[in-house]
Write a protein that binds this ligand. Structure first.
Ligand SMILES: [Fe+2]
Length: 128
């Protein structure tokens, strides 16, 4: 399990979606589930888009000052994910592609959660 408690933002709706993202990424990295890679990538692509749009909706509703900045991080991640998905579908799972998932998907997501989502959570919890 790639999820750790330190990734919690304290906003339940966001945390639950993050956990689901990590559960799905676990499937990608499990050599025993190689037959599920294509479906998992399709699911992840849709789920990431939904998750980002849910978060962005919360940002706007809460008048988060960094909403535009955060949205541009999300947009850049969608490009990263799409490239990775394309490579995976072409080449299939391999040690090199698993390293790429680790770096570009898990690494990016963890960073994003720890820095940007936590920043929003702090702002959100400080609202009157
Ligand atoms: Fe985010």
């Amino acid at each position: 399990m790639l999820w750790t408690k330190s990734l919690e933002t304290g906003i339940e709706a966001i945390d639950n979606q993050h956990k689901e993202l990590f559960r799905q990424i676990d499937i990608l990295l499990d050599p025993g589930k190689a037959n599920r890679v294509r479906d998992t990538l399709d699911f992840l692509e849709k789920y990431i888009a939904k998750h980002f749009s849910d978060e962005q909706g919360m940002h706007i509703k809460a008048k988060y000052p960094k909403a535009a900045e955060h949205k541009s991080y999300h947009d850049s991640y969608i490009v990263v994910f799409r490239n990775l998905k394309g490579k995976y579908l072409k080449e299939g799972p391999s040690p090199a592609n698993n390293i790429a998932v680790n770096k570009n998907v898990i690494g990016w997501l963890k960073d994003h959660i720890l820095v940007h989502d936590k920043d929003f959570a702090e702002y959100f919890k400080s609202l009157p």
